[in-house]
Design a protein around this ligand. Sequence first.
Ligand code: HEC
Ligand code: HEC
Ligand code: HEC
Ligand code: HEC
Length: 154
Amino acid sequence: MKSFLTVRRLKIAAVVAVFAGLFGLFLLLGPPHLLAKSESPDFCAMCHVMEAEHTAFMHSGAHRRNGCNDCHLPNNNVALHYIWKSIDGLKDVIFFYSGHVPNRIKLSEHGATVVKANCIRCHSELVSQMDTSRNCWSCHRRVTHTGAGSIETR
Ligand code: HEC
Ligand code: HEC
Ligand code: HEC
Ligand code: HEC
């Protein structure tokens, strides 16, 4: 999205940084089981429930046992996992409740970096013999949500 001004992005980033800490603390110290719940696909589906591709995805393929965060948050380091959980989670909440939900939600550049690192983390043995400069899902279309099952319209 080129129209998204950089200054505005920076402002959003600053606000997010401040509130992410508070949000993280809320997850940790807030209502019991909130943290555990926020790791489950059902939690994510509260807001992404209309994304038919996620349902399709969770019901097909080798990764349906994985939680969303096995792919969508850093998993090499516990601290980084929760820091990004706070930031990404809060960003989603802000976009959602401020009505800034894009027509078509797309994986951000940062999001793609995180997902790719997770593909490599779980498939390290195989990947060690591979060219990792491309995104894994440029070839493995089936791991994307839209390519997962009945929905291949995009
Ligand atoms: C409060 C509602 C809400 C919840 C709960 C929610 N999301 Fe989101 N999510 C959104 C909205 C709105 C967007 C679009 C805004 C954007 O693209 O930044 C989004 C965008 C995304 C994106 C694409 C943008 C990016 O940063 O790469 C990913 C991936 C994502 N969500 C994953 C998750 C996962 C995983 C969970 C569960 C841990 C989750 N979401 C829970 C509302 C939500
Ligand atoms: C096996 C790894 C994996 C798992 C598990 C996974 N995703 Fe994704 N996700 C991806 C990939 C890869 C993309 C990028 C697809 C693309 O760019 O075409 C993506 C993209 C997204 C997007 C951006 C919109 C889109 O459809 O491209 C959202 C939102 C999202 N995922 C949410 C979730 C939620 C919610 C869950 C749990 C129900 C989940 N993901 C589980 C790999 C995964
Ligand atoms: C949490 C660990 C984990 C993550 C993260 C993960 N995978 Fe997998 N993947 C598995 C397991 C387990 C299997 C099934 C056993 C096998 O074939 O090794 C599998 C199977 C596969 C297969 C073969 C079966 C099929 O559905 O085609 C491909 C290709 C694949 N993964 C690619 C990816 C890509 C690309 C990503 C990143 C978007 C990814 N994986 C992320 C654990 C993971
Ligand atoms: C240039 C295209 C391409 C890219 C990029 C690519 N792969 Fe593959 N991959 C293949 C092909 C072709 C096969 C063998 C045919 C098959 O099983 O799908 C394969 C096989 C695999 C398998 C074994 C599938 C099985 O059925 O057991 C896994 C797991 C896998 N790739 C993971 C990854 C991961 C993780 C990445 C990113 C680091 C990646 N691939 C990047 C083309 C690619």
